[in-house]
Design a protein around this ligand. Structure first.
Ligand SMILES: [Mn+2]
Length: 317
C-alpha cells in the first residue's frame, strides 16, 4: 500500500470539521471495531463527529471505546467528510440520500479490505489482502505516527480476531499475527475479546448451528459442501451475529473445495455464504456471478427465491 495514501487520508481528516463515520448494515466485529477506532482518533483530535449504523448495535462489544455513541439516526446533516469503513460499496452503509447530496462541500473517504464493487469515494484505501479493516487502520496509525493506546489496541485485535475466526481463515498472514502480538503488548485484552466475540453463543444459536451441520451434503460433481437453514429453523432470539460463524465453522470440513450455506431470511430472500480453505479456489467469482461479493476465501450473495427440498438436496425456486 502506498504510504502517501495514509497521510493523505489523515490530512483530509485533519482539515474536516464535522465528520460522519459509518459501516455496513448488519455490522460484524471488524466493522464496529473499525468505526470505534476512528472515533478514538477523532476524539483525540477534538473533532466533531457522529457514528452511524443502519442497524441497531446488539453485538456484545461494550468494551470497545465509543461503542455507545452509535446512532441509527442523524443528529446533523452538514458533514464535510464521511468515512465509510469495511464496505466493498458505499451503498452497503445504507446512508440517507440527503446525507450524500452535499457535494462539492463534502468528501467521502473509504477504508476497506473487501474487493471493490462500485464506488463513489473521493479517497479510497482498499487492500483486499488485509485480513481485517482494522489491519489496514493499523498501517494508517503507523504511517501517521499516531501512538496506539490500549483502546485502539483492543479495536485492532477485535477486528483481526473476528474477521479471521481467531486466525483460522486463510486471510491470516504473518503480518496479521505480528500486528495481533503487538496489540497484546499495547494492552489489548485477548480473553475479554474472546469471551465477548466467540464464547457468547446461546443454546438456541448452538441448536441452530446444529441444524445446519446435520443437513450438510457433498455435491460430488464440484466436491462442494452444501447446507441450508430455513427461516423457521432460526428462533427469533437468535441474532444475525450468532449466525455469523456457521459458514466459517463449516469450512473446517476436510477434503472439499469449499462450502455454501443458504439461509432463508425473514424477508423471504435467500442469503448465500461461501467459504473455501483451498489456496487455488476463489469463491468470490461465484458470489459476484450471483450479484454479491466479498473476499476470495469468504464471500456471499443475496437472491430472491424460495428453498425447496428435492430428491437429493435443495434448490432455489
Ligand atoms: Mn471486515
Amino acid at each position: 500500500m502506498n504510504a502517501s495514501l495514509y497521510t493523505k487520508a489523515f490530512t483530509l481528516i485533519n482539515s474536516s470539521k464535522n465528520i460522519l463515520v459509518s459501516t455496513h448494515e448488519h455490522p460484524d466485529g471488524d466493522a464496529l471495531a473499525s468505526v470505534c477506532l476512528i472515533a478514538e482518533i477523532l476524539s483525540l483530535l477534538n473533532k466533531k463527529y457522529s457514528l452511524y449504523c443502519y442497524d441497531q448495535i446488539n453485538y456484545q462489544l461494550n468494551f470497545l471505546p465509543h461503542i455507545d455513541e452509535f446512532k441509527n439516526y442523524y443528529e446533523s446533516f452538514d458533514f464535510d467528510l464521511i468515512i465509510i469503513l469495511d464496505c466493498g460499496d458505499v451503498e452497503r452503509a445504507k446512508l440517507n440520500k440527503e446525507i450524500l447530496s452535499r457535494k462539492p462541500n463534502q468528501l467521502i473517504l473509504e477504508i476497506d479490505h473487501h474487493q471493490k464493487m462500485k464506488d463513489c469515494a473521493d479517497l479510497e484505501i482498499r487492500d483486499s489482502t488485509a485480513a481485517a479493516t482494522t489491519e489496514i487502520l493499523y498501517y494508517f496509525l503507523k504511517a501517521n505516527k499516531i501512538k496506539i493506546n490500549k483502546d485502539m489496541a483492543n479495536c485492532i485485535l477485535t477486528g483481526i480476531l473476528t474477521d479471521t475466526g481467531n486466525f483460522l481463515y486463510p486471510s491470516t498472514s504473518s503480518e496479521t499475527v505480528n500486528i495481533a502480538s503487538e496489540m497484546l503488548t499495547n494492552g489489548a485484552k485477548l480473553p475479554q475479546i474472546i469471551e465477548n466475540t466467540w464464547r457468547n453463543k446461546s443454546i438456541a444459536s448452538m441448536k441452530t448451528w446444529g441444524k445446519a451441520m446435520s443437513r450438510l451434503k457433498i455435491n460430488q460433481q464440484y466436491n462442494f459442501g452444501f447446507t441450508i437453514l430455513k427461516s423457521q429453523d432460526v428462533p427469533a432470539e437468535v441474532t444475525e451475529e450468532e449466525l455469523e460463524g456457521i459458514s466459517g465453522f463449516l469450512s473446517n470440513l476436510s477434503a472439499v473445495n469449499g462450502i455454501m450455506l443458504l439461509r432463508q431470511l425473514p424477508d423471504g430472500k435467500i442469503k448465500g455464504s461461501l467459504r473455501t480453505s483451498k489456496p487455488n479456489v476463489d469463491v468470490s467469482k461465484l458470489a459476484r456471478a450471483l450479484g454479491g461479493g466479498g473476499h476470495t476465501k469468504a464471500s456471499g450473495f443475496t437472491v430472491e427465491g424460495n428453498l425447496e427440498k428435492t430428491a437429493n438436496g435443495w434448490k432455489i425456486e
